[in-house]
Write a protein that binds this ligand. Structure first.
Ligand SMILES: CC(C)(COP(=O)(O)OP(=O)(O)OC[C@H]1O[C@@H](n2cnc3c(N)ncnc32)[C@H](O)[C@@H]1OP(=O)(O)O)[C@@H](O)C(=O)NCCC(=O)NCCS
Length: 140
């Protein structure tokens, strides 16, 4: 598996992953505008997953992580998270924050494994379905 920067030709595959993974997927034009923030995991020419890291000054935000349902529990998200956090350290970010659905046990376990801790909760933050958000932060 290779972790690399996303390229223009990855947009349709990223959009397909978004649709497979989320009830409110990012549209292709949005993905195009965010391309420089996205890392993808690729194996044998197939896109297995991606993660997006944005930053403002020294603050990072992990905006999305998703893995193809057919390729889960194989360490892809682990590899993406490691690459994202390497990048955050290279950029000398002070911390990285994220939000996850309160019921998303897989994502919360993934983030906790990489050192993120819960710092807050936003009531009814998500829609379709309505659900609280858990806020997590990793101080680098
Ligand atoms: C969350 C998600 C990205 C994990 O991807 P993955 O490639 O299957 O994860 P990995 O195989 O790298 O697992 C890494 C760690 O994540 C956690 N994890 C992953 N899937 C899990 C599950 N179903 N239940 C509990 N923990 C899980 C574990 O801590 C795991 O470490 P371990 O194998 O040592 O126990 C994937 O389930 C996904 O795409 N979900 C839908 C999109 C989503 O919810 N994204 C997060 C938005 S906040």
């Amino acid at each position: 598996m290779v972790i690399r920067d996303a390229r223009q030709e990855d947009i349709p595959a990223i959009a397909a992953l978004e649709s497979a993974c989320f009830s409110d997927p990012w549209p292709e034009d949005f993905i195009g505008r965010w391309l420089e923030k996205i890392l993808v995991a690729e194996k044998d020419g197939r896109l297995l997953g991606y993660a997006a890291l944005s930053d403002v000054l020294d603050e990072g935000s992990l905006d999305s992580v998703a893995v193809d349902p057919a390729f889960r529990r194989m360490g892809t998200a682990d590899a993406l998270l490691e690459a994202v956090l390497d990048r955050a350290r290279e950029r000398k970010l002070t911390f990285v924050t994220l939000e996850a659905r309160a019921g998303n046990g897989a994502a919360i376990a993934l983030y906790a494994k990489h050192g993120f801790v819960q710092v807050g909760r936003r009531t009814n933050y998500y829609e379709r379905p309505r659900e609280d958000a858990i806020l997590m932060t990793l101080v680098l």
